[in-house]
Design a protein around this ligand. Structure first.
Ligand SMILES: Cc1cc2nc3c(=O)[nH]c(=O)nc-3n(C[C@H](O)[C@H](O)[C@H](O)COP(=O)(O)O)c2cc1C
Length: 341
């Protein structure tokens, strides 16, 4: 059985990618992902915001160097106050560059670096260039400008997705993927236009931290860290709708917990899938279960290659395309699907 596939122009031994998360935050974990059978890994993102927060923290606790108030002590190094920002940035980037370099040395599967920067920040390009130089096989732009800034226009926000993506893809010699949310006014046309920016792939969709409320303590809590299998529905629908309308690969993310979910996303038209929550819950060894189920199903259905069935149930290829557009729970449905009313 040949499970290999091409994603972003990279050869993957199979379509299962360990998604950007704590599961890929160290060389040891990247090695474990490869050992479990993953086709590729996306490293935990480097966040510009995290670097800025660390800088703020340092400034609060910074000690002057040997009583010289214009110099600060950074791990025994004498750093002029005005360079502090620069030093914290370099330290963080260097750590991430080392993660890319060491991961590349340790595994033979593709290693995709991931970055998240501020709205309109020049760091998008700067981080991207450094990580490409470090030897990453590809870069994933974890891009989300939350629609919660009421001073900013929707047009500004949307244009920034294009400006950043185009600037990065134009300058970079390695392939780029763009990981997005579903929070767009015109999701379908937006995905299509983003796919025409020169990127190699789109990841549909990222899933974000969402607060919960603890009714006993009446405080905010963080119950919803991991997805559940029913979260598959959103990305499954949009992968299927967009599969034949985009100019790049699609990787499915969110709610893929078992082998059937992998098969569904491939049938919908995904080139690869990214998994995180199911591995947090079941251990990274669960990749082998996903692969086993995929291979058994392919054998039962007499498919020998992924591309023999990829996209067979995309909106364009299915016999009842309207099912993907349907949103209301109405009594009369065509085809085999039955409504619950
Ligand atoms: C603990 C945790 C950390 C994550 N960190 C990142 C990250 O650094 N960058 C990123 O793009 N996505 C991150 N994600 C999102 C995952 O890559 C993935 O897109 C999301 O969890 C949906 O997939 P799932 O349903 O398989 O978990 C994180 C997810 C979790 C649960």
């Amino acid at each position: 059985m040949d499970l290999s596939t091409q994603y972003l122009g990279l050869e993957l031994r199979n379509p299962i990618i360990v998604g950007s998360s704590g599961l890929t935050s160290s060389v040891e974990r990247v090695k474990a992902a490869e050992k479990a059978g993953a086709g590729a890994v996306v490293l935990k993102s480097i966040f510009e915001e995290e670097v800025a927060l660390e800088y703020d923290d340092f400034m609060k606790t910074a000690k002057s160097f040997s009583g010289e108030s214009q110099y600060f002590d950074y791990d025994g190094r004498k750093v002029p106050v005005e360079y502090y920002n620069y030093v914290v940035r370099e330290e963080n980037l260097n750590k991430y560059v080392t993660l890319v370099e060491e991961s590349k040395k340790a595994v033979s599967i593709p290693v995709i670096a991931s970055i998240n920067c501020y709205f309109q920040s020049v760091e998008w390009l700067s981080y991207a260039q450094q990580l490409a130089a470090a030897g990453a096989d590809a870069l994933e732009l974890n891009m989300f400008f939350p629609p919660t800034d009421f001073e900013q226009s929707r047009m500004d926000r949307e244009q920034t997705y294009f400006k950043v993506t185009e600037a990065v893809t134009e300058k970079l010699s390695i392939p780029t993927a763009l990981k997005i949310s579903h929070y767009f006014t015109d999701l379908g046309p937006m995905i299509q236009k983003l796919s025409q920016t020169g990127i190699g792939g789109l990841v549909l969709f990222n899933r974000y931290f969402s607060p919960d409320i603890d009714v006993d303590s009446m405080e905010l809590s963080n119950t919803f860290v991991f997805s559940s299998p029913s979260d598959l529905a959103l990305s499954l629908r949009w992968v299927a709708i967009m599969a034949e309308k985009v100019d790049c690969d699609l990787a499915a993310s969110t709610g893929i917990h078992d082998g059937d979910a992998v098969i569904k996303q491939l049938l919908a038209g995904a080139t690869a899938v990214q998994v995180a929550s199911c591995l947090y819950k079941q251990g990274v060894g669960h990749v082998a279960d996903l692969l086993e189920r995929l291979a058994a199903w392919m054998s039962r259905k007499r498919f020998t290659r992924i591309h023999h069935f990829k996209g067979k149930l995309s909106q364009e290829k299915t016999t009842d395309p309207s099912v993907y557009d349907r949103v209301q729970f109405m009594r009369y449905y065509g085809g085999k699907s039955k409504a619950v009313t």
